[in-house]
Design a protein around this ligand. Sequence first.
Ligand code: SF4
Length: 391
Amino acid sequence: MQFGLAHNGNLTNAASLKKELEDRGAIFSATSDSEILAHLIRRSHNPSLMGKIKEALSLVKGGFAYILIFEDKLIAALDPNGFRPLSIGKMANGAVVVSSETCAFEVIGAEWIRDLKPGEIVIIDDKGIQYDSYTDDTQLAICSMEYIYFARPDSNIHGVNVHTARKRMGAQLAREFKHEADIVVGVPNSSLSAAMGFAEESGLPNEMGLIKNQYTQRTFIQPTQELREQGVRMKLSAVSGVVKGKRVVMVDDSIVRGTTSRRIVQLLKEAGATEVHVAIGSPALAYPCFYGIDIQTRQELIAANHTVEETRQIIGADSLTYLSVEGLIDSIGIETDAPNGGLCVAYFDGDYPTPLYDYEEDYRRSLEEKTSFTSSRLKILHKRKGLKNDK
Ligand code: SF4
């Protein structure tokens, strides 16, 4: 049986499954966890292809959106929490397409049909489109970072346009902001929508105080601190003619390590801003992600190791305001009865929607390390002890 496989996400039980498979003679050709599903399908004793795929999907845990291509069919599947988005579209000639962002449909002239639901499988072949599922134990908890940072503003996820959600986050942030300022400056590009919302709500002018060099990569993906610092320098310039003599609200989508924020505050001050108030369109990122974002240790996150006041001092801002978790959930506004408005907000509150399997012990140990957040960590630890018995 030959097939191709694409995977967006991260499996939380990859190490255990890989060991089990290797003990049974499987040979892995790469370090990626994407290969695991292929081995599980191949080794299943279920007589039907769909039976093998469903069995394999029920063994993998964590965040995954898969696309499998066989000679005569395309199959797509989503994890039981739908951490990653996956949508189905149709071309004018009847061809069916699958994408993790709906903006791709516009590019190729396809029409959006619908988003895949948690735990769902779609089978596309010459009979058309059939929907099926491999589990009933599902609950929507889509990654809130998709709305905050990852997805393109022209994409829609679960009926919510990303630009509109970001504008609402900016407006809510303005309601939570408590300082005096003259202008709003969004950090290009992912924060421009939030800056628009902030300016509209606060009545302050939205100015282009920062210009982005279009040809650089996202800085947090760079492997070393030196490269990240260099990346920020190459990426942005402050516009002195706009910010000089002004009290600036600098709207950004998030602070991960603080490198980028510190450098941008410095750029704005060097360009003549008299005050720089940093307003972040998401809550403080204090916990790692195990579902597909490559930050798996708390040491890397500035908010995991410093209070808001300490972070403000490190980045050199005159004030620092984060959006509240409730404000984030209300701003996104998915129509659902699922907890947290159908969102995963574990990055902010450490309350993961699933057990962490292979990561559980490391994570527990990292919470027990001494920091300034002892009481909130104890609360999370207490919750996680309960969670472990759930599933
Ligand atoms: S932990 Fe954070 S980044 Fe990971 S899925 Fe949840 S919200 Fe997204």
